[in-house]
Each structure stands twice: as structure tokens, then as C-alpha cells.
Write a protein that binds this ligand. Structure first.
Ligand code: NDP
Length: 294
């Protein structure tokens, strides 16, 4: 089994080493360390955890990180003022506004205030448009991480049929664009599926590469798949498990136990896509500090 596993943790660790080396080179050349800021509004526990992991990851590679913690009731005007401040702060190379925002704030509207040159989450419409056109841009972290995982695991995608389950703006849709682009690592034939897709099982059965990002625990079963398919599981869920001392276990959108027999390669949960997402944000921050994109 172990030779089938795509080890996201190990690949992410290797990329972190590469980033740390580049940061050290900047510092040796008397340049400042890259600086990532995060704006966190309210006290959503998952967001708190995610921001804490970003702070830890930055520290590991020598990137400076600053977190702006704002009260749950922060107004749109106050949040935009902080964004404008970060847009104009020459010390900050890139920043993110942690999602989800409290319900009184419209995230689409808020994200448009981030200057595209500092939008290291790659969510600004300009960066999304540039991605679509194949122009230099910040790629959204999870799709960027999935593409790196496949590339570094030497999965051939040129001409292959990639089936992407889920069309969210942060995962499925950008992935469908990246995999099908006319580029060095692209040229796949992509089918993008969603909750209105008819005859989903027939489409899944045709996949050479299946990417599951639908937010449904263990939805994909082994008997749905073609032999030797490559499976990337983006989903992450905590489900109750009395046999585990924590009372829960982590699982993905894929039923790992039944699927592992059929695949040629598979990403585990945890330890697959998850570690790559933060690393992609670090890569974007490094690119921002090196002015590689804007
Ligand atoms: P969303 O809930 O935003 O989108 C889910 C998508 O799946 C939608 O397009 C929806 O269709 C589609 N969908 C839902 N149910 C079905 C179904 N039964 N059949 C076909 N399509 C379906 O999810 P995200 O993209 O934000 O996240 C997906 C998963 O990935 C989640 O488990 C999330 O936790 C995880 N995630 C993991 C990350 C990581 O770093 N590992 C990062 C981001 C997300 P429709 O558009 O029609 O509603």
C-alpha cells in the first residue's frame, strides 16, 4: 500500500525546505524576510486553528507573520480601513483575510479591496482572471497544492481524463482551469461535476484522475472507480468514532478503505492535500516578496 500513497506531508516538508533556503538567501543578501499578514475577524475556532498553523509554518521557514485580530462585530468600513492600511504598508508583502467572515460582512466585496499584488490567497477577481488566461498570478492555495502534489508525484496528466467533483470557487473550479490549461503541466481533459450533474457514477468510472472536493464524507467508494485511477481527496471531515481515544477520526470525501485496492495512487486524509495548502500560501508570499508576479 505504502507505494501507492501520495505523501503530502513529506512533499510539503520538502517544499518548506526549498522556501527556507530562498528566504535565507534573501537575508544573506541584506534583504528583509518576506512578511505575511493575516486578518482574522471574530472567533471561529476552525479559522483560529488555521491562522495558528500559518503562523507556525511561517516561523519554520523564516517568513515574518503578523495577525490582526478584529472583533466579531467589526464593520465593513473598519475592515476595509485595515485592508487599505495593509495594501499601503511597504513592510507587508502579502496578506489574507481569513474566511469565512461573520455573516454581516460580504466576503466577495471585501476581497476586492485587497490589492492584487498582495492577494497571496489568489481570490481577487484579477488574479482569478489572470489564472484563466495563463498569465502570472497568485494561484489559490488548495488548487496550487493539488497540482504540486500531482507534479511532484510524477503523475502524468497530459491528455488524461481528470474528473473534478465539486465546483467551488476556492477548490473545484480553479482546479479544473489549472489542469486543462495549455501549459507545461496541464493539457488534461477535465469534467467538472457538481450537485446537478446527471449520471455521476458513469463519469466517475471514466476518470484516469479523480479529484474529490464535495464536502461529503466518504462519498467515493472503490466500486465506482476504474482500475489504477489516481485519487486526490481534498475533503476533510471529523466524524464520530468511539474506537478512537479522541472520540472522532478524520476522513475525506473518499472511502479510503474500499478505494485503496483499486487505485494506482491516492492521497490520504490527513497527510495528503491539507499540508500542501499552507505551503502554497508560503510559496505565494515568497513570490510576492521577490516581486516575481507583480
Ligand atoms: P463547497 O461546499 O464550497 O462546494 C462543494 C461542491 O461540491 C459544490 O460545487 C457542490 O455542488 C458539490 N457537491 C456537493 N454534494 C455533491 C454531490 N453529492 N454530488 C456532486 N457534487 C456535489 O466545498 P469546498 O470546495 O470549499 O470544499 C470541499 C471539501 O474540501 C470540504 O470537505 C472541505 O472541508 C475541503 N477543503 C479542504 C482543504 C484542504 O486544505 N485540505 C481546503 C478547502 C476545502 P453545487 O455547486 O451544485 O452546490
Amino acid at each position: 500500500m505504502s507505494n501507492k500513497l501520495i505523501d503530502g506531508k513529506a512533499i510539503a516538508a520538502a517544499i518548506k525546505k526549498e522556501i527556507a533556503k530562498e528566504v535565507a538567501t534573501l537575508i544573506d543578501a541584506d534583504k528583509k524576510a518576506p512578511h505575511l499578514a493575516a486578518v482574522l475577524v471574530g472567533n471561529d475556532p476552525a479559522s483560529e486553528t488555521y491562522v495558528a498553523s500559518k503562523e507556525r509554518a511561517c516561523k519554520e521557514v523564516g517568513i515574518t507573520s503578523t495577525t490582526y485580530r478584529l472583533a466579531e462585530k467589526t464593520s465593513e468600513k473598519e475592515l476595509v480601513e485595515i485592508i487599505e492600511f495593509l495594501n499601503n504598508d511597504p513592510d507587508v508583502d502579502g496578506f489574507i483575510v481569513q474566511l469565512p467572515l461573520p455573516s454581516h460582512l460580504n466576503s466577495d466585496k471585501i476581497l476586492e479591496h485587497i490589492h492584487p499584488s498582495k492577494d497571496v490567497d489568489g481570490f481577487h477577481p484579477l488574479n482569478i482572471g489572470r489564472m484563466q488566461l495563463g498569465l502570472p498570478c497568485y494561484l489559490p492555495a488548495t488548487p496550487y497544492g493539488v497540482v504540486e502534489l500531482l507534479k511532484r508525484s510524477k503523475v502524468e496528466i497530459d491528455g488524461k481524463h481528470c474528473v473534478v467533483l465539486g465546483r467551488s470557487n476556492i477548490v473545484g473550479t480553479p482546479l479544473s482551469i489549472l489542469l486543462s490549461r495549455k501549459s507545461n503541466y496541464g493539457n488534461a481533459t477535465v469534467t467538472l461535476c457538481h450537485s446537478r450533474t446527471r449520471d455521476l457514477n458513469t463519469i466517475i468510472q471514466q476518470a484516469d484522475i479523480l479529484i474529490a472536493a464535495i464536502g461529503q464524507p466518504e462519498f467515493v467508494k472503490g466500486d465506482m472507480l476504474k482500475k489504477d485511477v489516481v485519487v486526490v481527496d481534498v475533503g476533510i471531515h471529523r466524524i464520530p468514532d468511539a474506537s478512537n481515544e479522541k472520540g472522532y477520526r478524520l476522513t475525506g470525501d473518499v472511502d479510503f478503505e474500499s478505494v485503496k485496492e483499486v487505485v494506482s495512487k491516492i492521497t490520504p486524509v490527513p497527510g495528503g492535500v491539507g499540508p500542501m495548502t499552507i505551503v502554497s500560501l508560503l510559496q505565494n508570499t515568497l513570490s510576492a516578496s521577490q516581486k516575481k508576479i507583480y
